[in-house]
Write a protein that binds this ligand. Structure first.
Ligand code: AMP
Ligand code: MG
Length: 403
């Protein structure tokens, strides 16, 4: 059986980023930028006032108090404005261009104005409260590099440099097929021997979290012929298919057979991890990927965050290194594992006097979604390590992607 590290390596070696598209700014949150973004002009574009106050010549305020004659006003967005000459000042508002002749701005709070004169209570220095033209960036310089994930600030910056649309990598569409004759959807009648389909809604939420919006979801019966037919049809429409259940060695585990029936190339079946040992990964031509996750809810969530999400991020344009993001965090209490494979133990983030830490959560096994619902992600416990003491740094995979 291969290790999780090796499994991830195989996946990333088979996945290529999708096409580049040009999308408007309201459609690119969380996308991977596919071009360098440059400043179309200096920022700020002119010398600007950082305060509401008065534009002055610093030389005129070498001593205090001093009175200067008020000769006009300039507000943000106004181009026309009187010049500041010896003994005069101009009222200026935040964001307005600094008038000719002025070399400092004095805050309103440090002045009093009466009968066309302004009294200044303190001296000032050249450049005070002025944002110099180009101090943030000069025209033509790169402000965002290709490969950057677009968040609120970066989308704002694109708009600042005049970009209404930007080139980003397309994100994949994903089909979720939940296998199992025992499954019923929440909201429908369920018999004592049946089970509610929790994997479907959980995966849809995890996908939405990863910025995936084109998703199809169905329950498929444990029948190799129907399963193969469903796989074939969905593989024609999606780059990623996630199957849950039916991937192990039981009598009704038909996923491996169905995957082979449609001619997919099985890259691995079985990973030395707990939970989720029977994980299957197969590829079809044309950058299409099939993941078979064992049916128990915690195997699904772990398999998704450790193996499927990195593939989705790579398809979405992120480089291999940033496709699987983990945090190094101190343990708040010791964690134990009896597994002879890499264990992924449920973990909860806690903020306290010692800063951010992670606490392990006990579970009754991989079906225990009640415990899973308390977790923020999983703690990696390396193979053959039985105990990690409180205070030690551990690798934690958050179930919400960062960034
Ligand atoms: P399987 O991998 O098909 O053997 O399923 C393992 C366990 O997970 C069984 O107890 C299934 O009933 C359960 N299971 C399978 N699919 C789902 C699902 N979609 N939602 C919740 N539990 C599931
Ligand atoms: Mg099953």
């Amino acid at each position: 059986m291969i290790t999780t590290k090796k499994a991830l390596k195989i996946i990333l070696a088979n996945v290529c980023p999708l096409m580049v598209v040009r999308n408007p700014l309201d459609e690119v949150l969380g996308c991977c930028l596919a071009e360098d973004i440059r400043a179309d002009r200096d920022l700020p574009p002119t010398d600007r006032s950082a305060m509401d106050g008065y534009a002055v010549r610093a030389k005129d305020l070498a001593e205090s108090p001093r009175e200067l004659r008020l000769v006009g006003e300039v507000a943000a967005g106004i181009a026309k404005c009187p010049k500041v000459t010896e003994g005069t000042c101009v009222r200026i508002l935040t964001g307005a261009s600094v008038p000719k002749g002025a070399d400092a701005v004095v805050k309103l709070e440090e002045t009093t104005e009466r009968d066309g004169f302004v009294k200044f209570l303190a001296i000032t220095k050249v450049g005070a409260n002025i944002r110099i033209q180009g101090e943030e960036v000069t025209k033509g310089r790169v402000v965002l590099c290709k490969g950057t994930v677009l968040n609120a600030a970066r989308i704002g910056l694109c708009a600042s440099v005049g970009k209404a649309a930007v080139k980003v990598y397309e994100r994949p569409g994903v089909a979720v097929l939940c296998t199992g004759r025992e499954l019923r959807e929440a909201g429908t009648k369920v018999g004592p021997h049946q089970l509610r389909n929790s994997n479907g809604p959980a995966l849809l939420a995890a996908l939405e979290n990863a910025g995936i919006s084109r998703i199809e979801h169905q329950i498929v019966p444990d029948d190799p012929r129907i399963l193969a037919e469903k796989l074939k049809v969905t593989a024609g429409r999606y780059n990623v298919i996630i199957l849950t259940g039916g991937v192990s060695v039981g009598k009704y585990d038909f996923v491996p057979e169905a995957v082979r029936r449609i001619g997919a190339n099985v890259r691995f079946h079985g990973v030395a991890m707990k939970p989720g040992k029977p994980q299957l990964y197969a590829t079809l031509s044309g950058n299409r990927h099939i993941f078979g996750l064992p049916g128990n809810p915690l195997s699904v969530l772990t398999g998704f965050s450790e193996l499927v999400l990195p593939a989705i991020r790579r398809l979405s344009g992120f480089d291999a290194e940033s496709s699987h993001v983990t945090l190094k965090l101190p343990l708040s209490r010791s964690v134990h594992s009896k597994a002879n494979r890499t264990a992924f133990v449920l973990g909860k983030l806690i903020w306290g006097r010692k800063g951010l830490q992670v606490a392990s959560i006990k579970s009754c096994g991989s079906a225990d979604l009640v415990a899973g619902a308390q977790a923020d992600g999983v703690i990696l416990v390396p193979r053959n390590i039985q105990r990690i003491a409180a205070g030690e740094l551990v690798e934690f995979t958050p179930w919400r992607s960062i960034p």
